[in-house]
Design a protein around this ligand. Structure first.
Ligand code: GLV
Length: 325
């Protein structure tokens, strides 16, 4: 006979993704935790004799409606180790009565630093520079070599000025950039902190030297950065995407970069990861990272902490601020 997960007062948690050791330890201390051992964690869960209350997972485990429907009946909560929720069908979770938790806030500084890194990498032609050095093609200092652009004095347009966008804005101001943003509604004066509002993505792009994609991927934003939007770009625009790859139409961006209508791109995220559009791989003016925005010890520890705290608060009957369903 299978035991009810929380018979000893601790939640029974199935851990479907791989976490850094201190996060694994913290999960094991807080819960009766079972860690998946294979690359098919949900199949392992389905085979298990144990009854679990919650699943701890991340972006590598898609929780579509079909998977949510197939979860064992004891599961009452999903804890996703991510701020993004596009891999979770929230409607399906709600209609099954599942609580869902995510990790806002704690990864903001890490992602914002990565955004600045991508901007600098694209502005200073890092892909070409690294290639030249590593392949032994550098013949010495030349006044016309690898001339990029500086960020100071330029305008950063933030498409989706939420918590992360505001953290990028604070850093960009220190570089001497002016900040614009486009949201459905203007922010309060305190949150805007002097940033100018543009009511449409077209107006934002037309007035920006660097366009930062920082909005969540939703049915409204998927494919938003397309050929028509890029047609509004100033010559020499740099596009940086730290949000989700599917917000940008790859073919449109590749064409604009290839034709020199855009100066460069800094990309941390890709549509259909881990696939990367082959056009990006050929373009020297694309600076890329493999989705590492929150990959710092500080962010990853914080993400573990607030998910553990949320599950414990929920178990005690509370509704933690990072409960999204
Ligand atoms: C990373 O992309 C996240 O959503 O946390």
């Amino acid at each position: 006979m299978s035991a009810r997960g929380s018979s000893n007062g601790r939640l029974a948690v199935f851990v479907a993704s791989r976490f850094i050791e201190p996060v694994r330890r913290a999960i094991a201390e807080a819960f009766d935790a079972v860690f998946a051992e294979t690359s098919e964690p949900l199949a392992e869960l389905a085979r298990s004799e144990r009854v679990f209350d919650a699943i701890f997972f991340s972006l590598d485990v898609r929780m579509g409606a079909d998977r949510i429907a197939a979860l064992p009946p004891g599961i009452r909560a999903l804890a996703t180790y991510s701020v993004g929720l596009d891999h979770v069908d929230l409607e399906a979770a709600r209609s099954r009565g599942l609580a869902v938790f995510n990790t806002p806030g704690v990864l903001g500084d890490s992602v914002a630093e990565n955004a600045i890194f991508l901007m600098l990498g694209a502005a200073r032609r890092a892909t070409e520079a690294i290639g030249m050095l590593r392949e032994g093609r550098w013949t010495g200092w030349m006044p016309d070599q690898l001339v990029g652009v500086q960020l100071g004095g330029r305008t950063l347009g933030i498409l989706g000025m939420g918590d992360i966008g505001r953290r990028v804005a604070a850093r960009a101001r220190a570089f001497g950039m002016s900040i614009l943003y486009c949201n459905r509604r203007p922010l309060s004066e305190a949150d805007a902190a002097g940033a100018g509002y543009r009511p449409t993505p077209e107006a934002l792009v037309a007035d920006s030297d660097v366009l930062l994609v920082a909005c969540p991927s939703t049915s409204e934003t998927r494919g938003l950065v397309d050929e028509a939007l890029l047609a509004h770009a100033r010559p020499g625009l740099i596009l940086v995407n730290i949000a989700r790859g599917d917000i940008v139409r790859d073919d449109a961006l590749v064409a604009a970069l290839r034709e020199g209508r855009l100066q460069g791109a800094g990309l941390d995220v890709f549509a259909g990861e881990p696939r990367v559009h082959p056009g990006y791989l050929e373009l020297p003016n694309v600076f890329m990272m493999p989705h590492v925005g929150s990959a710092t010890v500080e962010a990853r520890m914080g993400m573990g902490r607030i998910l553990i705290e949320a599950l414990l608060a929920w178990q005690a009957g509370g509704r933690p601020p990072n409960q999204v369903a």
